[in-house]
Write a protein that binds this ligand. Structure first.
Ligand SMILES: [Cu+2]
Length: 134
């Protein structure tokens, strides 16, 4: 990623610093119907540190990744080229069926943040959600 200073790894923020205290917690259920069910997605604001508790309620693996729309496009392209790759880089968690993981993210910037499952075919089937940062 070019043009970003500091530790900002994405156009929509970065993983929260160690010890940072989340000011919001959002539960995410990942469903085999290719849907995310969020406990509360409204009201994420720039500067928020959000703890996402990501649970896979389905029978197949799913991903929960945070990025700008452009970053998610690039991510999906990579996943298609390396289909067996488990992608975990601070902005994404892969969760096996019945398991859960946490991802703590600090939202920075004013682009649209997109949450996406980039397992091949899932995004296209509707497994994504967007939130405007204000
Ligand atoms: Cu999925």
């Amino acid at each position: 990623m070019e043009g970003h200073e500091g530790h900002k790894m994405s156009a929509v923020g970065m993983p929260a610093a160690k010890g940072a205290v989340p000011n919001k917690t959002i539960t995410v259920h990942m469903m085999d119907t290719m849907k995310y069910n969020f406990s509360n997605l409204a009201g994420i604001e720039e500067g928020d540190i959000v703890k996402f508790v990501v649970m896979n309620k389905g029978k197949i693996p799913h991903e929960f990744g945070i990025g700008s729309i452009e970053e998610q496009v690039a991510h999906r392209k990579m996943m298609k080229e390396m289909p067996n790759m488990k992608h975990e880089d601070g902005s994404t968690v892969s969760v096996e069926p019945g398991k859960s993981k946490e991802l703590i993210w600090q939202f920075i910037g004013d682009e649209t943040a997109q949450f996406a499952c980039n397992v091949p075919g899932h995004f296209e089937a509707g497994m994504h959600a967007e939130v405007e940062l204000h």
